[in-house]
Write a protein that binds this ligand. Structure first.
Ligand code: SAH
Length: 273
């Protein structure tokens, strides 16, 4: 269990199974004291700028979503109609500024990728929206994400799916994403540390799988862990070049259909597989 951004570090199990990093949240444990609440409210109202930050970001999020819809309108993608309203609503709800390093907070709602440390990036919001849309998630679905990074994509998925399992290979990123998601109350997101190439056998099968690092080929373990009728989106191609965003669908008989949709650029899939 991770107790907060600056709290105790998670003890990582490094056995063959990826280490689960997230436990139940404790954010509702404080007793409610009406006098205390009034004092807190008064202090908040008196603080310069207090109470303005969130509405400001809400407008930034609306602008970001409009820019996504415009970009999608300009570049029609095969297999994707207009981006689903629920997906856009999820993007309007997730506080992206919480997922980027402090020095980039001012750019958090720009429609562009940003560095998150360790040579990794949080994806461009348009790509997050498009990949999420292609998965056609139902509220009862269990989703697997390879490449937790900041945890932003997992947070978006958590608004649409029943459970989200996400795996990150860099221990520091896995730990900080787990703490962040826990702090923000994303209770249906489960972060583990390990090589996502092998998927997450103990939680499979998944109705939807999303890979957010560039893979040279579609990992066979992920194909096996995709449920009949399920969908996977994955950038396929050489690292450091352009990859093809690829949609893999498995029909009710288990047959695969693979469609290359558009050129994209992702950080490479690493690991010893
Ligand atoms: N989805 C992330 C961005 C992903 S960047 C977000 O919303 O912020 C790609 C991530 O994939 C990086 O954090 C990288 O460390 C991770 N990664 C690369 N290879 C991996 C592997 N084999 N298993 C798990 N994670 C991997």
């Amino acid at each position: 269990m991770l107790s907060g951004e600056s709290g105790s570090r998670a003890r990582l199990k490094r056995d063959t199974r990826p280490a689960r990093l997230q436990g139940p949240a404790h954010r509702l444990s404080a007793a409610v004291n009406p006098v205390g609440m009034i004092i807190c409210l008064a202090v908040l109202l008196l603080l310069p700028g207090a109470g303005r930050a969130e509405p400001g970001y809400a407008q930034d999020r609306r602008d970001m979503v409009e820019s996504i819809a415009r970009m999608h309108g300009r570049h029609p993608v095969p297999a994707a109609g207009s981006i689903d309203k629920q997906v856009l609503q999820a993007l309007r709800r997730v506080p992206r500024h919480e997922f980027v390093p402090e020095e980039h907070t001012d750019k958090a709602y720009a429609n562009r990728p940003l560095p998150i440390g360790h040579g990794q990036t949080i994806s461009q919001p348009y790509i997050v929206a498009l990949m999420t849309d292609l998965l056609q998630i139902e509220p009862t679905d269990t989703v697997f994400e390879l490449g937790t990074g900041s945890g932003y994509q997992a947070a978006v998925l958590s608004h649409l799916a029943a459970e989200v399992h996400t795996l990150e290979i860099i221990p520091e990123l896995a730990e900080s994403a787990a703490r962040r998601l826990d702090r923000l109350g994303y209770d249906n997101v489960h972060v583990s540390q390990g090589d996502g190439y092998h998927g997450l056998e103990q939680e499979a099968p998944f109705e939807a799988i999303i890979v957010t690092a560039a893979a040279g080929h579609i990992p066979p373990p992920l194909v096996r862990q995709l449920k009949e009728g399920g969908r996977m989106v994955i950038p396929v191609g050489q690292p450091f070049l352009t990859q093809q965003l690829t949609l893999v669908t498995k029909d009710s008989q288990g047959s695969l259909r693979i469609r290359h949709l558009l050129p994209v650029s992702f950080v490479p899939l690493t690991g010893g597989h």
